[in-house]
Write a protein that binds this ligand. Sequence first.
Ligand SMILES: Cc1cc2nc3c(=O)[nH]c(=O)nc-3n(C[C@H](O)[C@H](O)[C@H](O)COP(=O)(O)OP(=O)(O)OC[C@H]3O[C@@H](n4cnc5c(N)ncnc54)[C@H](O)[C@@H]3O)c2cc1C
Length: 353
Amino acid sequence: MPDPILDTLIVGQGLAGSALAWHLVEAGQRVQVVDDGHRTSSSKVAAGLVNPLAGMRFNRRPEVFDWLAYAEGWYDAIGDRLGRRFFFPTPMLRLFRSTAQQRFLDRALTDPDNRTLLDTRQPTQADFDGLAAPFGGFLQHRTGYVDMPGLLASIREWLQSTNRLQQRESAVDTLQVHADHVVLDGTAARQVVFCEGARLQRNPRFADLPLCPEKGEILELQVPGGDSGRIVNGQYWLVPRAGGGFRFGATHEHQRIDTQTTPAGHEELTRGLRDMLPGAEDIRVENHLAGIRPGTSDRYPLIGRHPLDPRVVVFNGFGARGALSIPWYAKQLTGHLVDGGALPPEADIARFR
Ligand SMILES: Cc1cc2nc3c(=O)[nH]c(=O)nc-3n(C[C@H](O)[C@H](O)[C@H](O)COP(=O)(O)OP(=O)(O)OC[C@H]3O[C@@H](n4cnc5c(N)ncnc54)[C@H](O)[C@@H]3O)c2cc1C
């Protein structure tokens, strides 16, 4: 076995691989990350929305307050270390999509734990200015967005400057597992963690996990006079961007899973934009992007050691909640890999055995 050997080799530098690398290095590990230049990264495409009451029914996952508190602190802490701001707490105006959703809100309001997340103030006409809101809406707190492209770029620079990044495609099917180490593409490590996003499906060690990839397309645009002090979230969302302008999205496609933008996606989004902002003029579309959400059958992540090869680990399946939940799960997996701490049962792949 070569010496000195790495502790952990990470495949993939999306938000999952980035957050895990950061936590493992902080814990004193020798780490290398292999990434192919974000060729298929969904983190690069995501709006980075942090919404503790996501979903049509505004249900709150029991873990949400842990995820949220940790994410808010972690993004600020790495921002301080890397000299750049990554998390932008921003209130959210939620637009009802039907009258039924008013009932879901009424139910959510009966849960005292939701008080810090929901504003009991009725939105005024001024809140809806310029927006089509036929069913009304409500205001949410403790929401915001992460500058995902900025975060990926800054962590990449940090990895490069500390000789921890290998830019290439990893031939994951050539992984060799030995008694006390693994070898992948000629690099030896005590363990390997796969953070490949939707490409996990092509990894022979984990191809049987219930990953449910979902394609999404978005637009990057400028809305002259647009309000960058809030997020609007209805059938589609309009989220400010750290460098100015907005991201508007997203489509949901389950059949054709690839990272190509399509004319149909563009048309759906421009129609949705016109419906949301009927009076807006001079909207300038600057970019059209597509990515694949690495979803799962039960909407919880896929984390843990391979049942036959415990040196082979997966950290994936964050679906549409990566910005909110990845930092907290990166901390839990680090505790497991470094100190043998228990994995959160809802995310442990052992639940599928
Ligand atoms: C349209 C859209 C909008 C979204 N909006 C939001 C949002 O607002 N909020 C939110 O929380 N989430 C959102 N998401 C989901 C979010 O993108 C994911 O939860 C999260 O970013 C997944 O991160 P990841 O690191 O697991 O995967 P990825 O970001 O996909 O990273 C995987 C990385 O591994 C690399 N890779 C894979 N295989 C190999 C290999 N063999 N060799 C080398 N490199 C490899 C890839 O190129 C990539 O860089 C959105 C997703 C989409 C598609």
